[in-house]
Design a protein around this ligand. Structure first.
Ligand code: 13P
Ligand code: SF4
Length: 304
């Protein structure tokens, strides 16, 4: 079966199975093209939380699908590849967070959405790259524990100097590899370009950028800007929607192409198999899910 035939079959099965396909911007183009909604982590969580469909096929990494299941426990949530993980989410485990909390008694924990359900359940609130500053502000706290992404933490800390940040030493390997040198080389080559990067990039990179934001915000920035050329500091998958939504704009990426292998494990044949065979069902321990749900909903309320 070729991609056109697979796409047709997927569209047919979606109707038959009362399914919605949600996809992150880092998905392969052919996977994005069968999605009913494409968005950043916040948009995906919000869309999952309000769908009336019985089945949610989540084309993203596991923490995203888990979040959808926690928000909609009565729905059939499927991830087309069961081991699509996230390097960053693996950088914090419950035992470590419990110990860290004991070392900082009474300090609220703000966890990035890129974490397991257990970490969310141990947190006071979660945030995404799109709402991290607002979420921390909403706590009115003098100190916060922020993890696991040290780069996002520093980005937020730079904007809230009145708050003391206890920063977890985690990072995303994909964004960490985007260097200032690679960005500045492109800026030299294209002097009129605007630099738009994700807050998971290092502080050295975010500080030289013209725009820092979540994947959705980067797409919107390129679309709405008067500039014609953009240096993009995030995963290459975002190019597909930028080209669709801002066809007149030119985008360039750092030489060592930022590529998230985990995201690329979701392929079109696996999306088709997910719908055909009802695989792979996402499940979250009931007690953990109940605690994590409160924390996720707190974030949704803080960033309305
Ligand atoms: P966004 O929420 O900005 O899409 O980021 C998710 C992510 O994993 C970036 O690496
Ligand atoms: Fe995780 Fe980085 Fe991949 Fe995003 S790009 S899913 S943070 S490994």
């Amino acid at each position: 079966m070729n991609y056109t035939e697979m796409t047709k079959e997927i569209e047919k099965l979606k109707k038959e199975k009362d399914a919605i396909i949600l996809a992150h911007y880092y998905m392969k183009p052919e996977v994005q093209d069968v999605a009913d909604y494409i968005g950043d982590s916040l948009g995906l969580a919000r869309t999952a939380a309000k769908t009336d469909k019985q089945t949610i096929v989540f084309c993203g990494v596991d923490f995203m699908a888990e979040t959808a299941k926690i928000l909609m426990p009565d729905r059939n949530v499927l991830i087309p590849y069961s081991r699509a993980g996230c390097f960053l989410a693996d950088m914090i485990i419950p035992e470590e967070l419990i110990e860290y909390k004991q070392e900082h008694p009474g300090v609220p924990v703000v966890s990035y959405i890129n974490t397991t359900a257990q970490i969310k359940a141990l947190s006071d609130i979660i945030c995404t790259s799109s709402n991290a500053v607002d979420v921390v502000k909403s706590l009115h706290a003098k100190e916060v524990i922020f993890g696991p992404d040290k780069n996002l933490a520093q980005y937020v800390a730079d904007r809230l100097p009145e708050v003391t940040f206890h920063i977890w030493e985690g990072y995303c390997q994909v964004h960490e590899r985007i260097t200032t040198q690679s960005i500045l080389e492109l800026k030299k080559k294209y002097p009129t370009a605007a630099i738009a990067v994700h807050p998971e990039c290092t502080p050295q990179v975010t500080r030289i950028a013209d725009f820092v934001g979540s994947t959705t915000k980067i797409v919107d920035f390129v679309k709405n800007s008067d500039k014609k050329i953009f240096v993009i500091g995030t995963e290459i998958g975002i190019a597909h929607q930028i080209r669709k939504k801002a066809p007149g704009k030119r985008i360039v990426f750092p030489k060592a192409t930022p590529l998230c292998y985990n995201m690329k494990t979701i392929t079109l044949p696996r999306v088709l198999a997910a719908l055909k065979k009802n695989q792979f069902e996402v499940s979250v321990d009931k007690n953990v899910a109940a605690k994590a749900k409160v924390v996720i909903e707190r974030m949704l309320a803080a960033s309305r």
